[in-house]
Design a protein around this ligand. Structure first.
Ligand code: ATP
Length: 254
């Protein structure tokens, strides 16, 4: 599914946090959102997820304006893994992941073995199957993050929004989650701070001061000039001997 933002503005207490943001993420594309702290990545993801109604502009899923879609249809289409997700007290991991199936359950279509299989698969995909019966509140930060990702996977979304999904994960799980996300046949928007990880996206958008200031393929967008202007760092590009792709090394420029 195609996800588009059309001239989105978001203002709070007179501060414009999003300023005329337009972008279109193509079906199956992995789109990286980068930008300094406070540049508006989370705010944009929340608008794209339908959690915030833009003050101006609109979000489109394929050609349908999101504001005209029933909440349940949005929940069946979009999964959002937030940065500081809510705590789910006194439930076990498997139940937390099963919440991802909620939008699909009806009186005529109650929980089934099919849902069980989807939950098991999601737990397996994030490497949490062995902790399925553990109480949520006993998990480490990284384990909780993987459960949130599993819940989003269990939703079998057509569009997946991820806000810094790797920030609590050890390096092995960072790599496996990013590889998993890239392989999913769904439209993905992922906010990332690690610019070398962002290199693996199909395209990247750069947020700065609530505006989308650049958009394109990673190697084109992540130029020395862009990194200096937006992040205040100097960059050296090295070449990875394994695949001849560029690797960035940063130095403070300010
Ligand atoms: N409800 C609010 N009221 C006032 N300011 C807000 C509110 N929500 C967000 N902001 C501000 O809006 C700006 C953008 O925040 P946002 O969380 O979207 O940035 P971000 O790019 O995701 O940052 P980070 O990389 O630190 O996660 C920040 O300066 C933040 O303090």
């Amino acid at each position: 599914m195609r996800l588009s933002a059309d001239h989105i503005d978001w203002t709070v207490h007179g501060h414009r946090l999003l300023d005329g943001v337009s972008l279109a993420v193509e079906p199956g594309e992995t789109f990286g959102l980068i930008g300094p702290n406070g540049s508006g990545k989370t705010t944009l993801l929340r608008v794209l997820a339908g959690l915030r109604k833009p003050k101006r502009g609109r979000v489109l899923i394929d050609d349908h304006p999101m504001y005209a879609m029933p909440q349940r249809d949005i929940a069946r289409t979009i999964a959002f893994v937030e940065q500081q997700a809510e705590t789910l007290d006194r439930i076990v991991v498997r139940e937390a992941v099963a919440l991802g199936r909620t939008p699909f359950l009806t009186a005529l279509q109650p929980w089934s073995e099919h849902d069980d299989a989807i939950v098991s698969r999601a737990l397996h995909d994030v490497g949490m199957a062995h902790l399925a019966e553990r109480l949520w509140h006993t998990l480490s930060g990284g384990e909780r993050q993987r459960v949130h990702i599993a819940r989003a996977l269990a939703q079998q979304p057509r569009i997946l929004l991820l806000d810094e999904p790797t920030n609590h994960l050890d390096i092995r799980h960072q790599l496996s989650i990013l590889q998993l996300v890239r392989q999913l046949p769904v439209t993905v928007v992922i906010a990332l701070h690690d610019l070398n990880q962002a290199m693996g996206c199909d395209r990247i958008g750069v947020m700065d001061g609530g505006r989308l200031v650049d958009l394109g393929e990673p190697e084109q967008v992540l130029s020395a000039e862009r990194l200096y202007r937006t992040f205040g760092v100097q960059v050296d590009f090295l070449v990875d001997p394994a695949d001849r792709r560029p690797v960035m090394r940063f130095r403070n420029a300010l």
